[in-house]
Write a protein that binds this ligand. Structure first.
Ligand SMILES: [Zn+2]
Length: 298
């Protein structure tokens, strides 16, 4: 079983990605990254920093006060958030089976009776609702769509959460990070191309992206190695460093933003293709992931 946090890089959110929302800083407990919550009339997303650089998330339907938690690896912290918000926790949405994401599921089920534990992989602890691509769920009045994105692991699921009017929230686990993507532990460049380019890139551009780790700064260091002249990227890096210096998260970004600076979302861009001297987007995907696996910033 995977017993360590997935190796990767930190991330940064951008206010442009959440025009109708506003960001409120709340003190985290014993974690270097502060918790934040993103509010709208229908949905609240609470960022819960966990372990060294993981993020758990609580989504709340503001009308029914029902809630779900994405990847509750630290159950106690999750239950404190449930109490603080005074909500009814009904679901766990698991992105993938790695310990730093699914490792709290069993304990959560002991502490809260009747939880529906969703995921796309039989290796996920306490799983009682296996989901597939396109499956729909409800958290109160919020609609959740399961998006199968195998590659980092064979059973990885991203969750798209939508109300009637807000920007949708996309929970990407270790598939898409701010400025990067997860390692291809159990999949191929073709599968990551399908996940990022064929599926996630086709969702609405204003979708907010909530990923599984604070890897943004390291990801952007590699992105700058690929595209040193990219102005959006340079700007994002300045912003991200500023956030991290204040221990603030860099989550969320938006799909629109990711398309401007994330090399793994830009495999059809001439600048990215030139960097690896390839033109086929799937080959480009494979080549930049391979380079990133051993990249050390100067
Ligand atoms: Zn992982």
């Amino acid at each position: 079983m995977w017993r360590q946090a997935c190796p990767n890089i930190p991330s940064i959110p951008n206010p442009r990605g959440a025009i109708l929302n506003f960001l409120k800083g709340v003190w985290g407990r014993g974690n270097s990254t502060l918790s934040t919550a993103i509010y709208s009339s229908e949905m609240k997303v609470k960022l819960l920093p966990a372990l060294q650089d993981n993020y758990m998330y609580m989504i709340i339907c503001e009308q029914s006060r029902e809630a779900a938690i994405i990847d509750p690896v630290e159950p106690e912290k999750c239950l404190n958030a449930v109490k603080e918000e005074n909500v009814k926790l009904t679901h766990i949405l698991t992105t993938h089976h790695h310990w730093d994401h699914a490792g709290g599921n069993e304990e959560m089920c002991k502490l809260v009776k009747g939880l529906t534990v969703c995921g796309g992989d039989d290796r996920i602890g306490a799983l009682n609702k296996k989901v597939e691509d396109g499956d729909k769920l409800k958290i109160g009045n919020l609609d959740v769509t399961c998006i199968f994105t195998p590659c980092h692991t064979m059973g990885h699921i991203c969750y798209l959460v939508e109300g009637n009017s807000n920007a949708p929230a996309l929970f990407t686990g270790d598939t898409l990070f701010v400025g990067g993507c997860g390692r291809f532990f159990e999949g191929t460049p073709h599968q990551m191309h399908e996940a990022l380019i064929e599926k996630l890139s086709k969702l609405p551009d204003h979708c907010n992206v909530y990923c599984g780790h604070e890897y943004t700064v390291q990801n952007l260091q590699y992105a700058l190695h690929v595209e040193p002249e990219n102005k959006d990227l340079i700007e994002k890096m300045e912003w991200a460093k500023g956030r991290r210096e204040r221990n603030l998260p860099t989550i969320p970004s938006s799909l629109n933003e990711e398309k401007l600076y994330n090399p793994f979302m830009r495999t059809s861009q001439p600048a990215v293709q030139q960097h690896v001297q390839l033109t086929d987007p799937i080959e480009v995907m494979g080549a930049i992931r391979k380079e990133k696996d051993t990249f050390k910033p100067k």
